[in-house]
Design a protein. Structure first.
Length: 155
């Protein structure tokens, strides 16, 4: 058992879209790079090997030009129902300060989709931890963008 601090983030959203479209938004680098990250952020580099054990690497560029890369792997994928991935967030010095295990679920809900993010952060170095409120705000902005993008996908 780890003696590192853990923080839990939980976000539930309902989208007026079929879950297949929301799930598809996560399934390729081409899709993920169109919406991932908070408002104003771009994704100049993205690798998505969408299978259990497959690589996940996302570089986000902030409006001020600062870049942050998260790297990880997909743990579990159940088509149109569930995605589990683990990531490590190295700081500018290359040292991993935070690890996360993220579980996404997609459920039919009143003609749309109930989408849930359950994320467990393991804080290896407190200097790299962002407040849960900030992470929640960033994810919610990203999910707004995800919904808009997913709505543009062909069925």
């Amino acid at each position: 058992m780890s003696d590192h601090e853990q923080r839990i983030l939980e976000i539930e959203r309902v989208f007026d879209l079929p879950r297949e479209k929301l799930f598809a938004a996560w399934s390729s680098a081409k899709h993920l790079s169109q919406w991932y990250g908070p408002n104003g952020f771009e994704v100049p580099d993205c690798i998505v090997d969408f299978r259990p054990g497959g690589a996940l690497s996302i570089t986000m560029r902030a409006p001020n030009g600062m870049e942050m890369t998260i790297q990880g792997r997909f743990v579990e994928i159940v088509d149109n129902e569930r995605i589990v991935f683990e990531t490590a967030n190295p700081g500018p010095d290359g040292v991993v300060k935070v690890k996360a295990r993220s579980t996404l679920t997609f459920e039919d809900h009143e003609g749309g989709t109930k989408f849930n993010l359950h994320e467990v952060y393991t804080i290896l170095d407190p200097s790299g931890a962002i407040p849960i409120e900030m992470a929640t705000q960033g994810w919610n902005q990203a999910f707004d963008k995800m919904g808009a993008f997913a709505g543009s996908l062909d069925s």
